[in-house]
Write a protein that binds this ligand. Structure first.
Ligand SMILES: Cc1cc2nc3c(=O)[nH]c(=O)nc-3n(C[C@H](O)[C@H](O)[C@H](O)COP(=O)(O)O)c2cc1C
Length: 218
């Protein structure tokens, strides 16, 4: 079993994990969509559920419930919902967390919940990825899971041990047969110079050209 994400483990003299490891965990979080067949121990899944439960929400409304899915057949069925390619990674995951709203759930709430669970997974050396059910196809997933029709499910997270050291390098894997070339989304990010404004929109950081030419304050 290969685990790409190093679990937080460097400790200071008091035995407290060093801050840099936490920041590294945040910076290095990437989607992992290929997993080994190893099961994830229940105590780790329980830990992720605790992280999910403690996620903050507007007015502390906690507008969520979660379905923990571990059955291979259900994972495969979810991964094949309406042929939505972005969901395929669910099929090979050790488990999935499906976010079920119970009340008005904003995308902000859902995003916060999702990112926390993914970060906690990474802290345990697990890989994970978002599965976002297309609005017009979510009902198929809801039927599989027995979710009432007034609880519109959109978000699930696949979790498992990364298949290999390059499992995080392809952002979206469209091919089920991994021997075939992968159609990949770019995995990089826009340079900071392209997205950063200082004090006022349009004011750039000195020495951070956006288009190859130097830019100036003022
Ligand atoms: C709202 C949202 C929906 C996403 N939906 C999917 C999805 O359905 N399937 C998938 O494989 N990845 C999904 N992703 C993951 C993104 O594709 C991924 O974060 C992005 O390509 C950057 O890759 P990285 O996280 O590996 O750096 C989603 C991410 C967000 C924020």
């Amino acid at each position: 079993m290969v685990s790409r994400i190093t679990p937080v483990r460097r400790l200071d003299h008091l035995g407290v994990p060093m801050v840099n490891d936490h920041v590294r965990l945040l910076r290095e979080l990437r989607a992992v969509r290929r997993f080994t067949s190893d099961p994830v121990p229940q105590h780790l899944l329980d830990d992720l559920l605790e992280v999910a439960r403690w996620t903050g929400s507007r007015g502390n409304r906690q507008p969520w419930e979660v379905i923990l899915v571990r059955t291979r057949k259900t994972l495969e069925t979810l991964g094949a919902v309406a042929g939505a390619k972005g969901l395929r990674h669910l099929a090979g995951a050790a488990a999935a967390f499906v976010l079920v709203p119970c009340g008005p759930l904003t995308e902000f709430d859902a995003g916060r919940w999702t990112e926390r669970v993914m970060l906690a997974a990474a802290a345990h050396g697990l890989g994970s990825s978002v599965a976002w059910f297309p609005e017009n196809q979510a009902s198929a997933a809801m039927a599989v899971l027995g979710v009432p029709s007034d609880r519109p499910v959109r978000t699930a997270i696949s979790v498992g041990y990364p298949a290999d050291d390059s499992a995080h390098l392809v952002s979206v894997e469209r091919d089920v047969d991994h021997r075939l070339p992968l159609a990949a989304m770019e995995i990089g990010r826009k340079p900071l110079a392209e997205i950063l404004h200082v004090e006022r929109y349009g004011q750039r950081m000195p020495d951070q050209p956006t288009d190859g030419r130097p830019t100036h304050h003022g």
